[in-house]
Design a protein around this ligand. Structure first.
Ligand code: NAD
Length: 249
């Protein structure tokens, strides 16, 4: 997708998986991209890697200032960095609840606060948050993770309401299970990783995992001027998992 010539995007968690695919999509569309991550990986050319922790406001403020200094502003923010949590309500202690909510929810708040002064100067400002199917469907062993993504889902709408009068659109994507290093790490811990992967694929009506590129295409659309009338929306990229009810065969 084109349409990003002259625009600057910032992607948190841009060093891996969905975030890295978003970075590639923006670059292919003509944008310059700030890649904010604990480990941004090799960057250069149209991308600038900046080490930043979404749990640390100071590092985010410094990272946004650096991207704006190098590329002349910021038009698009993708709040994508996130961490996993597995278990029922009895599984995770208070410290784990605070740590995951701090990264997955307050991380979005901190990053947005750091980016807003720059987004306000853009005439094409857009924010896209990475939520999850776990925000709206009950999944086993995902109590804390689901609570964090449910918060991102609601926060997206509240942010959209607050920022619409300033011309800043805010939307989210809600992926199903995506084939990324994150899922590879989860599968590696399963007793039978291949069987577990087949089960995850079968859970999605399309019968396969989503690709990071498919999520990135949705993010790029929501961030692009083509989505100029869309704000406060959640776009499912989940192989039909949230919306379809198929007969069992
Ligand atoms: P990933 O592990 O491949 O990439 C996540 C990136 O975020 C990593 O580069 C990591 O270093 C970075 N990161 C983690 N904590 C950070 C922090 N505190 N500050 C800055 N960067 C940090 O994971 P992914 O699968 O690409 O997931 C990306 C997003 O998509 C997450 O928000 C995740 O919840 C969401 N998501 C993933 C799936 C899936 O099935 N993979 C499904 C739905 C939603």
């Amino acid at each position: 997708m084109g349409g990003f010539d002259g625009l600057v995007a910032v992607v948190t968690g841009g060093g891996s998986g969905i975030g890295a695919a978003c970075v590639a999509a923006f670059v292919a569309g003509g944008a310059k991209v700030g890649v904010l991550d604990l480990d941004p990986g090799e960057q250069g050319g149209a991308t600038l890697g900046v080490v930043a922790d979404v749990a640390d406001q100071g590092s985010l403020d410094a990272a946004m200032a650096r991207v704006a200094e190098v590329y002349g502003g910021i038009d698009i923010l993708v709040n994508n960095a996130g961490i996993s949590a597995v278990g029922t309500v009895e599984a995770n202690d208070d410290d784990e609840w605070h740590r995951v909510l701090d990264v997955n929810v307050v991380g979005v708040v901190r990053t947005t606060k750091a980016a807003l002064p720059y987004l306000r100067r853009s005439s094409r400002a857009a924010i896209v948050n990475t939520s999850s199917i776990a925000a709206t469907a009950g999944l086993m062993q995902r109590a804390l993770y689901s609570a964090s993504k449910g918060a991102v889902h609601s926060l997206t709408r509240a942010m959209a309401a607050d920022l619409v009068s300033e011309g800043i659109r805010v939307n989210s994507v809600a992926p199903g299970t995506v084939d990324t290093p994150w899922v590879a790490r989860l599968l590696a811990k399963a007793a039978d990783p291949e069987a577990e992967k087949r089960q995850l694929a079968a859970r999605q009506p399309t019968g396969r995992l989503v690709t990071a590129e498919e999520v990135a295409a949705a993010v790029a659309y929501l961030a692009s001027p083509a989505a100029g009338a869309t704000t406060g929306a959640s776009l499912a990229v989940d192989g039909g998992m949230n919306g379809l009810r198929l007969p069992r065969v």
